[in-house]
Design a protein around this ligand. Sequence first.
Ligand code: SAM
Ligand code: SF4
Length: 356
Amino acid sequence: MSVESVVGLGIPSVNRVRGFSVADRPDVPVLIDRFGRVARDLRVSITEKCSLRCTYCMPEEGLPAIPAQDLLTPEEIGRVVAVAVHRLGVEEVRFTGGEPLMRADLVDILEHCSQRVPGIPLAMTTNAVGLEHRVDKLVAAGLTRVNVSLDSIDRAHFAELTRRDRLPSVLAGIRAAARAGLRPVKINAVLMPETLHGAADLLQWCLEEGVALRFIEQMPLDADQEWARSNMLDAQNLLDVLSTRFDLREIGREDPSAPAEEWAVDGSSATVGIIASVTRSFCSDCDRTRLTAEGTVRSCLFSDDEVDLRAALRGGASDEELAQLWRGAMWNKWAGHGIDAADFVPPARSMGAIGG
Ligand code: SAM
Ligand code: SF4
C-alpha cells in the first residue's frame, strides 16, 4: 500500500480504536498512523528542569528530578534525531522541555544534531531566561529558530504567573534572539482568565518589537490538575478584548495544516494568531511525534502509551531496529485528545514532563 492510498481514512470521534495491530501497518518507511496521518515534526524534550514555575504547567516545587543516567546524552539525541530524519521522514526538529536552556550541554546537543542532519531546521521552544548570554553559541552550533513563551509584559503579573521575577531576563533574551538572526521570533502566550487582561499590552509590545504573537488555549496538562473546561476562554473572548485597542481582520491559516489561525493587526503585515487546540482541535491534521527526555517515543500529548527507545539504543539496537520501534509507536497513535469526552482523564505526565 502506498502512503497516499492510506491518507484520508477519516478520524473517528473517539480517541482510541481497539482491534488494530502493527501487522496491518503498510510497509512504508515513514511515521504513519492508522488514520493516515504522517508525522514530519519531531519534538525532543531534553530536560524536566525549569527556571520558571508557570502555574498552568509546573507544580510550585518543580517536577521530580530525572536521574542523570536516565537522560539521553548529546550523542544519543544526535543518533535518534538522525534515525528520525534519515529513516522516518522527519523534516523539522524542535527542542523543548522543561526548559532546554537548563541543559548545560545544549551546545553539544545542537552540534551532534546539526552534524548528523545538516539542513534540517533545529528550533527550540524556550522561556528565554538567560538566553541573551548563550544565543550566539547556540546559533553557531546550529540553532535556527526560537519560540519564546511569554504571557505578560507586566513585571508583577509575570512573576505571579511564573512564580519567578525574571521578566527582564526574558525580554533581553527575546531581543538577543532577534539580534542573533533567529527571525521570525515567535511568542507563545497561554490564553486563560489570568492572562486576558494583559493581552492587549502584550500584543502592543510584540508589535513594537517586531515579533509574532500567538495565543494558545490552555490544555489540561498542568501538573496541579486544576484545569477545568468551565474556566476555559476561547478565541472570541480574546478577540473581544484585543478589538478594543486594535483593528483585527481574519486571514485564516498560513496553510490548511497550520495550527494557528491568524488575524492581521491594524491593516499592517503584523499578525496575531490563536491556536485553539481544545475548542477547535486539529488532531486530524497532527503531524507530530515526540521524544521524552528519558528517551521514550510519545505519539500524542494526551496518551501515556510510550515506547522505550533508550533501552533499545543502550541494548545495542541498530538504526533500523530503532526506526521500526518508532514506526510501531506511531501506528498506534490515538485519533484525538478526547478532552470533550465524558470519560476524559488527563495524562499522567504534565506538559513540562512531556515537552510542549
Ligand atoms: N520551557 C519552555 C517554554 O515554556 O517555552 C518549553 C517547554 S513548555 C512546556 C512548551 C510550551 O508549552 C510553552 O509554550 C508553554 O506555554 C506551553 N504550555 C505549558 N503548559 C500548557 C498548558 N497547560 N496548556 C497549553 N500550553 C501549555
Ligand atoms: Fe517552565 Fe515552560 Fe512549563 Fe513555564 S511552560 S514552567 S517555562 S516548562
